[in-house]
Design a protein around this ligand. Sequence first.
Ligand code: PLP
Length: 338
Amino acid sequence: MKILSEEWGKLPFAYHKTNYNVRCYFRNGKWGIVETSSSEQIVIHISATALHYGQTIFEGLKAFRGKDGKIRIFRWQNNWERMNLSARGILVPEVPREIFEEALRKVIALNEEYIPPYGTGASLYIRPLLVGTGAKLGVAPADEFLFTVFVSPVGPYFPTGFKCVDVKLVRDVDRAAPLGTGRYKIGGNYAASLASGAQAYADGFKMVLYLDAKEKKYLDECGPANFFGIKGNTYVTPDSSSILQSITNMSLRTLAEDIGMTVENRKVPVEELAEFEETGACGTAAVITPIKSIHDVEQNKIYTYPDKPGTQSVKLYSKLQAIQLGDENDKFGWVTEL
Ligand SMILES: Cc1ncc(COP(=O)(O)O)c(C=O)c1O
């Protein structure tokens, strides 16, 4: 489905069919070669562990077309490392770095016509997926696995742009346990968050904010994004064993330090929400989603922030985007040019 030039700026954040995906199979104890496929389907055994026992890992990263026409991928090595952290966590074989890199380069090259032009606000979303395909009836890890990568051109996560959203603080559901799987990017964590996300949406909120599952005292994360707050010259972000280590958050912390801010990565008590001047959610999809209110419905409390993105959030957002697009010198070595 070719995209016409006037359509790039209107792309939703949604799956869009492209020409090819790539696949690599783990059989007989070893990874095979990276194959190309033009099919959107995968054939999977009815008793595959991905379907029954949650051996399902995914990643999400983006490629951007710069003003100079070059294609840049952002920090793919961190996605590779995080995918293998998840793999170790749920007994899936790790994917060698060369296979991960070859798959990325191949799938992007094969779908070059789907990389949105510079200046459209759109990018190429890359979705690596690593699943247990081998059959097991009893609870056990599979013997066979599929690593596949597909891409989709996407517009901004929120079509209204860099605008502040209202967030619901969730107290009646835990997304992940402190010693559970929250730090892995595996399907089960997302299944655990679907109902509370849908309820929050029905209640008029764009996002949720979870608390630590054990004490219900500290902030965890915002659905599929990490949380940060800014007070004065300090960038504060929760440290928790049950959150996904966001690559966007890691980058924002580095940028914050680079512009002279202090960074604190520690437990953040709920009440501290009252002390922040700016708050936001951060992740690959939207970079930063600034927050204008957090509703602690159960405790009958609302924390409010300015309804326009704060100066520090704007500064960090612009800097990160400029590096991703190649507009600013990549002094941290985050970008791979293809
Ligand atoms: C649960 C969760 N937290 C945080 C993030 C943000 O991580 P990243 O910045 O690596 O996209 C994501 C998205 O990947 C996520 O799914």
